[in-house]
Design a protein around this ligand. Structure first.
Ligand code: AMP
Ligand code: MG
Length: 658
């Protein structure tokens, strides 16, 4: 049986942003696979450029291009429907017959076929067809053309129709992917086994967590350098989209028990409401130093019959017409109803050795309860003292409260353990070899110490995994064993476009991770990569951030992306970084990408002023020193003059105390 390859492209912003599940892709894949097509599924946004980029990439190499690309969705009349407009300019030839067949078939089913705007055509040797986005509309349209598609595909790869009828000199049982030997399972599942004898492809498929095959966008590392993608195939996402992915795919917090006496208690977030085990105070206590009285006796002169200090012990009930001297925090003697501050009294009679015998209460209008902290008046036993979600800060407030209500052990969310790894053959560990000079081409590994301190500063435990060389073997060796011990793996380097940039292929192809984004529209930090693992994976509930190698990029992206993820993992509900309005203290030239400049923010009068910390190139570590803010500069595309002048207002993310 002749095998053809189809790439199904789901065009849907909600599926692309993971706000809804793609149901049409699997239906089309089943449909085609049951008719002996090999299929893969990609999901793209309703975005002309992204659709075009994918179609171009799929068809770029005729040796690996699919025979058919079916784009489902975005063919209607709403503003976001742009699929026909995206693909039509790419056609070498149009295929109006296919369009006609689909429309006339659809009109036989519903007059609303008028709302569909299908296009079909050929690019290189690939047939491209657009169909509706609903499973029903998609299959109806495929019904209209499926029987004739293979006939068209056979025509596409020959020079003239005559060749099709030659009996033996054309290898008609071989499709153009003759280099691949596909073993098709003939099952209706989406499992398909690929055996590539052809090593050049950088387009593989793998099973995604929900059973849909997605294209692996990373380079295959076993092919020659010249064959690799020269532009990053990862869709460029905005910073907000990246944060959204992080929010949705950050592993879920887990609950553990912690004692307040544990020395790493700072930073844990309560996973339970905590209720008071005792009343605070647990007795009626005096608020001042003075005399406990029966309020209705006052004013007057009274014998001092006893003394009550702030100490445990029984207090005797007193008689009307007598008072007891009390200190702040002391239990109030039974029978007394108010405390008169010492300042509102005079000694009336004393013993020879200076002991009080009688005092005169000067206070007028003494009211019952004056200067008494009643039992349970701060917190009553059983009341909610600290709600779930409260973070045990380094300031002692939560610690103090919990201890005061008699709670020593609490349920909290586990804090992430973070493995930090630097990658690069050029890196030297200063702590191992502090000799100078460095060899030509060497640099000190700056990122690992920098990031370790950053995460520790937020009370997270860091495990140092050292430096890995730029080979797959070394990386695999370090990561496989190390990952068992941590929740997060933060790597730096190896995510740009060089041939030693292994991280993305390593995550996708070696570890079987899912890369949620691999390119972000920002400066610095463009190649920032975030990945997690499918639910049945041994690393499910762990996450990887593969950060760019330049220290300023690694620092900025850690502040912007890694910390919110760590916070979410540790149970913090609102992980949005705080921003303030600042006034620029110098002109800023804008980049097409939104930029995050390192600044020092200080108060000048009633304003916060942002001073650049110096040279902002992403390699320049100096710009991180002294920075307490990240100035958020808009894209030059949004500001006609392309710059912000000194005195302009902008937003800055606070990364340290102001
Ligand atoms: P890469 O992302 O590996 O291409 O690295 C980009 C740049 O960052 C190169 O100039 C690297 O030498 C530099 N770099 C990578 N890792 C580190 C590190 N740990 N410390 C300092 N610079 C680094
Ligand atoms: Mg490198």
């Amino acid at each position: 049986m002749e095998l053809f390859n189809a790439a199904v492209v789901i065009v849907s912003s909600s599926c692309f942003s993971h706000t809804s599940e793609d149901r049409t892709g699997p239906v089309i894949a089943d449909y085609l696979e049951s008719r002996d097509w090999n299929t893969t599924i990609d999901i793209v946004d309703d975005d002309k450029a992204m659709i075009q980029e994918l179609v171009r990439r799929l068809t770029a190499d005729t040796a690996t291009a699919p025979n058919l690309i079916v784009l489902s969705g975005g063919t209607g009349f709403t503003k976001k429907d742009v699929t026909p407009e995206a693909v039509k300019p790419l056609f070498d030839k149009e295929a109006p017959g296919i369009v006609h067949a689909m429309l006339s078939h659809s009109f036989g089913i519903t007059p609303y076929a008028i709302c569909s705007r299908p296009v079909a055509g050929v690019l290189n040797e690939t047939l491209i067809v657009t169909i509706p986005g609903s499973p029903k509309g998609a299959t109806e349209n495929l019904d209209a053309i499926i029987d004739k598609l293979k006939h068209i595909l056979n025509q596409l790869r020959v020079d003239s129709a005559r060749e099709l009828h030659k009996p033996s000199d054309h290898p008609s049982s071989e499709v153009k992917h003759s280099g691949h030997s596909h073993e098709h399972s003939h099952k209706h599942s989406h499992q398909h086994s690929h055996e590539h004898s052809h090593q050049h492809s950088h387009e593989h498929s793998h099973e995604h967590s929900h059973g849909v095959k997605l294209h692996l966008l990373s380079n295959a590392l076993n092919g020659p350098v010249a064959q690799r993608a020269r532009k990053s195939p990862y869709p460029m996402v905005s910073v907000l989209q990246a944060l959204d992915y992080i929010d949705r795919f950050t592993p879920k917090p887990s609950v553990i028990k912690k004692k307040l006496t544990d020395d790493d208690i700072t930073g844990y977030v309560l996973a339970q409401d905590v209720f008071a085990r005792v009343n605070v105070p647990d007795f009626n206590a005096s608020i001042v130093d003075g005399y406990a009285v029966i309020h209705s006796d006052c004013p007057g002169t009274f014998p001092v019959v006893s003394v009550s200090h702030a100490a445990p012990g029984e207090t005797k009930r007193i008689q009307s017409g007598t008072v007891v001297r009390v200190t702040t925090g002391a239990p109030i003697p039974l029978g007394t109803t108010a405390v008169i501050p010492v300042e509102e009294t005079e000694v009336d009679k004393e013993t020879a050795d200076g002991e009080e015998v009688e005092v005169k209460i000067l206070a007028m209008n003494v009211v019952e309860g004056d200067n008494i902290r009643k039992l349970g008046s701060d917190i009553s036993k059983g009341a909610l003292a600290l709600p779930k979600g409260s973070r045990i800060s380094r300031l002692g407030g939560e610690m103090g409260l919990l201890v005061s209500i008699g709670v020593l052990e609490v349920e909290v969310y586990a804090k992430p353990v973070i493995g930090v790894l630097s990658t690069g053959d050029e890196l030297v560990d200063l702590s191992q070899s502090s000799e100078v000079p460095l060899k030509y081409g060497q640099i000190y590994d700056t990122n690992r110490p920098l990031l370790s301190q950053l995460f520790q500063g937020y009370d997270y435990k860091v495990v140092d995994f050292g430096i890995s060389h730029d080979t797959l073997g070394k990386l695999a060796e370090t990561v496989e064993s190390a990952f068992e011990r941590v929740d997060y793996f933060i790597t730096t380097g190896g995510v740009s476009m060089g041939e030693t940039d292994l991280l993305k292929p390593f995550i996708e192809r070696h570890l079987g991770g899912t890369i949620h984004f691999g390119r972000v529209a920002m400066k610095p930090g463009k190649p920032t990569t975030f990945a997690t693992f499918p639910p049945d994976h041994k690393f499910a509930n762990k996450a990887i951030f593969a950060l760019p190698g330049n220290p300023a990029s690694a620092s900025v992206t850690s502040n912007l992306f890694v910390l919110p993820s760590l916070m979410k993992f540790s149970g913090i509900a609102n992980t949005t970084r705080s921003t303030v309005d600042v006034i620029l203290n110098q002109d800023a030239k804008l980049d097409p990408r939104p930029e995050y400049q390192r600044v020092h923010i200080s108060r000048q009068g009633d304003k916060l002023v942002a001073d650049s910390t110096g040279f902002q190139r992403s390699s320049c570590v100096g710009s991180i020193a002294g920075a307490n803010g990240l100035l958020v500069l808009p894209s030059s595309k949004d500001v006609p003059s392309g710059k912000l002048l000194k005195g302009s207002r902008a937003q800055a993310i606070i990364i340290d105390i102001l």
